[in-house]
Ligand binder design. Structure first.
Ligand code: GDP
Length: 423
């Protein structure tokens, strides 16, 4: 059961500002590392005459599973007395969008890292903008590498002031700012004398104090269908509908409607492929269920409960998107739109307005350049199922694929009437 004791946090920041070092520190100083791992990595460094870096711990943990810590390409797990954390490392904008939009992970809070020596960068602002756009409300800003500026209080508050002014402009209220040194471990887990002028909490204290009451299990049920597994059990032909529960929960007996098809049936059993049989399952879980009727559904549909809020089904939407493509996003051009597990052809009907995500200067244009944000009207070749960002942030997110690459992502703000201008 996904309980309040679990929390997903995403960590973002300009490259080299210290994300991996801070994660390494968090793991080491909360004793979340497998026994001997720290010594082993230090020893390897010594043998190669290379100075030890806390960020090496992440590499060393790759593909390793031990004592409650596992790390796959982008996720690190650690535990405190209060709860279990899943840190989603987003080294760049694309990884961040991919993580937030494909349903691979939902973050309830974000750590945004700024290098004290370099100060607020354009990317620091873009990340802030992206977090707010994607609906991540709890943000903690870590001003890292305080050691490099001699733990200077004045410089720290300058950075806080500058970044706060930007966040205010985009309507974000930051929960906390913390001066830290990932390198020396100041105020990550331990309060140290280096920052004796700072009377706030450590990163760990702030995380543990965060509100986790609005968990996605309390929201309506949404599961993008990933796959249908067909198999025969004692001569009985069965199908398991598999996917990861984005929000909400399901129980045996619940009536499920799949959108956009509108097909309906009830849950007969919950059992992921080869997994144990359950009577309930929750947001965050990779699950599977069988149905009482044999209905024909396919990957890409959105599974919902018939007694809960209906999702939107439409072919024309008003969106806000962040563009990262090498080539501009151009009005009138066709792309692929992916939301949940669905992927459809889509046309940019109109670029309504364009905004620079770091300078916040807006302009009119019929194309969107890399790192710009735009309000865009999109038409899809066939109906898609989704939610509006004001209803359910997770299922309002989508990405745009240009030439096989994720090139942008955004949120759906409004459903528009189908005008049949396409095909
Ligand atoms: P990432 O790209 O954001 O993951 O950054 P890394 O964690 O890899 O750090 C980039 C570089 O900055 C590495 O050489 C780190 O040793 C260094 N670094 C990270 N945190 C600190 C810090 O608090 N103080 C100092 N002096 N260097 C740091």
């Amino acid at each position: 059961k996904l309980s309040e004791e679990n929390m997903n946090i995403v960590i973002v920041g300009h490259v080299d500002h210290g994300k991996s070092t801070i994660i390494g520190r968090l793991l080491a100083d909360t004793n979340s590392l497998p026994k001997g791992k720290l010594e082993q990595v230090k020893e390897t460094c010594r043998r190669n005459s290379k100075p030890f870096e806390y960020s090496f711990l992440l590499d060393a943990l790759k593909d390793e599973q031990a004592q409650g810590i596992t790390i796959d390409s982008a996720r690190v797990f650690f535990k405190t007395k209060k709860r279990k954390y899943i840190i989603i490392d987003a080294p760049g904008h694309i990884e961040f969008l991919k993580n937030m939009v494909t349903g691979a992970s939902r973050a309830e809070a974000a750590l945004l890292v700024i290098d004290a020596n370099e100060g607020v960068q354009e990317n620091s602002k873009r990340h802030g903008y992206l977090l707010s756009m994607l609906g991540i409300r709890q943000i903690v800003v870590l001003v890292n590498k305080m050691d490099l500026i001699g733990y200077d209080e004045e410089r720290y508050y300058e950075i806080v002031k500058e970044y706060n002014a930007f966040l205010k402009e985009i309507g974000v209220n930051v929960d906390k700012f913390i001066p830290v040194s990932g390198y020396h471990g100041d105020f990550i887990v331990k309060k140290t004398d280096n920052l004796s002028w700072f009377d706030g909490e450590t990163v760990l204290e702030v995380l543990d104090a965060m509100d986790n009451s609005k968990l996605p299990i309390d929201e309506v049920f949404r599961m993008p269908v990933q796959d249908i597994y067909k198999f025969t059990n004692n001569g009985d032909n069965r199908r398991i509908v598999a996917g990861t529960i984005e929000t909400g929960k399901i129980s045996v007996g619940d009536e499920i409607i799949f959108y956009p098809s509108g097909k309906k049936s009830s849950i007969k059993s919950i059992e992921y492929f080869n997994g144990p049989v359950k009577t309930e399952d929750y947001a965050g879980s990779a699950t599977g269920f069988t149905l009482t009727e044999q209905i024909y559904i396919t990957r890409g549909e959105l599974a919902c409960k018939s007694n809960e809020l209906k999702p939107q089904v439409a072919t024309r939407i008003s969106t806000k998107l962040f563009w990262l493509g090498v080539n501009d996003l151009v009005e009138g051009r066709q792309y692929f739109l992916k939301n949940g597990t669905a992927k459809v052809q889509a046309k940019i009907e109109k670029v309504v307005r364009v905004l620079d995500a770091s300078s916040l200067v807006s302009k009119e244009s019929n194309r969107v350049k890399r790192h710009e944000v735009a309000e865009v009207i999109i038409e899809t070749i066939k109906p898609i199922a989704f939610d509006l960002t004001k209803d359910l942030a997770n299922t309002s997110r989508f990405v745009i694929i240009d030439d096989y690459e994720i090139s942008g992502g955004g949120i759906i703000q409004e459903t528009l009437e189908d005008e049949q201008t396409w095909i």
